[in-house]
Design a protein around this ligand. Structure first.
Ligand code: DAH
Length: 350
């Protein structure tokens, strides 16, 4: 019987060691230690043994039982750990894998042009100024030397809200608002004002009932036409290339005297004449002039002491010229196929 027990122990240990799953191991537990197993069988036969043999076989049987259950316990721990490792491995995250790209969008072409221009002026010490889009007739027209009934008001067909309020037709009212509140103890006025404006126009390839403008205004002591010319030259070169030249043509705006329109030498042909410049070699960019003394006075500024210049330009026109956009509506209809062609350089491909 001792022999039998030893063989049983050997067999059991071998099978336990080979068990590859917890299920198999459990079956082995039942097989060797269960009620119907060989151990129970041997115990049953103990009664037939002599009194000398009984304790020996009993001790051996206990030893074998303990040995088998210990082995099963170790094996179980081993299998459980292996299963855990396998699970951890399968669930591990490779942090070096490239992530899924989330489309974040980019600035619109118009915003890019506006940012480029305002950034340049901020770099020259200008402050960004803002004003309301629902504006008083007073600031939009009267304070800019366009009294009620003035024929030049017809140049800017307006959306009136009440008799005295309208959607501003230009960013120039910000000039009047700024001058009215300025204290020259804080230095000269140097502002750049980007913003939306509205006109009662029928939308077509070159007209939009809403568009944007950028206004510039400098007022201080001894500000002259030479300052204006220098500033506009810097603007033209910055936006359209270092070898641009500018040309100033006499014009009329009620709030400037003298008034000029600035042309730049054509960036497409260099001035020889082509489709972009309609054969003239020059492209009209903006309106400007020296602030009319009456406009200064209306805002409470002493025109015998202070003088200034102003200019106003359309970012749509700049964008269309610079990037060959043939219809202003492309800038407002938000077709992604259009917008995506002008992903801001600093943002890269998305
Ligand atoms: N406000 C003018 C317009 O909408 C543009 C303009 C012209 C603005 C001359 C100015 C200026 O400040 O000096 O047509």
């Amino acid at each position: 019987m001792l022999k039998q027990l030893e063989t049983l122990e050997k067999e059991a240990i071998q099978e336990i060691e080979q068990a590859e799953s917890l299920k198999v191991l459990n079956d082995l537990r039942v097989k060797y230690l269960g009620k119907k197993g060989p151990m129970t069988e041997i115990m049953k036969q103990m009664g037939k043994l002599s009194n000398e043999e009984k304790p020996l076989v009993g001790a051996k049987a206990n030893e074998v039982r303990t040995e088998i259950s210990t082995k099963i316990k170790y094996k179980q721990e081993g299998l459980e750990e292996a299963a855990l490792m396998k699970q951890l491995e399968s669930e591990s995250i490779d942090v070096t894998l490239p992530g899924t790209k989330i489309p974040t969008g980019t600035t619109h072409l118009l915003t890019q042009v506006i940012d480029e221009l305002t950034d340049m002026f901020v770099g020259m010490g200008y402050r960004i100024a803002e004003g309301p889009e629902v504006e008083l007739d007073y600031y939009n027209f009267e304070a800019l030397n366009l009294p009620k009934g003035h024929p030049a008001r017809d140049m800017q067909d307006s959306f009136y809200i009440t008799e005295n309020t309208l959607l501003r037709t230009q960013t120039s009212p910000v000039q009047a608002r700024t001058m009215e509140n300025h204290d020259f103890k804080n230095g000269p006025i140097k502002i750049i004002c980007p913003g939306k404006v509205y006109r009662r126009d029928n939308d077509d390839a070159t007209h939009s009932h809403q568009f944007t403008q950028i206004e510039g205004l400098v007022v201080g002591e001894n500000i002259t036409f030479a300052d204006l010319k220098g500033t506009l030259t810097v603007l033209a070169k910055h936006m359209f290339g270092e070898d641009r030249e500018i040309r100033l043509r006499p014009s009329f705006f009620p709030f400037t005297e003298p008034s000029v329109e600035m042309d730049i030498s054509c960036f497409a042909c260099g001035g020889e004449g082509c489709r972009t410049c309609k054969g003239t070699g020059w492209i009209e960019i903006l309106g400007s002039g020296l602030v009319h003394p009456r406009v200064l006075e209306m805002s409470g500024i002493d025109s015998s002491k202070y003088s200034g210049f102003a200019f106003g330009l359309g970012p749509e026109r700049v964008a269309m010229l610079k990037y060959g956009v043939d219809d202003i509506r492309h800038l407002y209809t938000n077709d992604l196929r259009f917008s995506k062609q002008f992903i801001a350089k600093e943002m890269g491909e998305r």
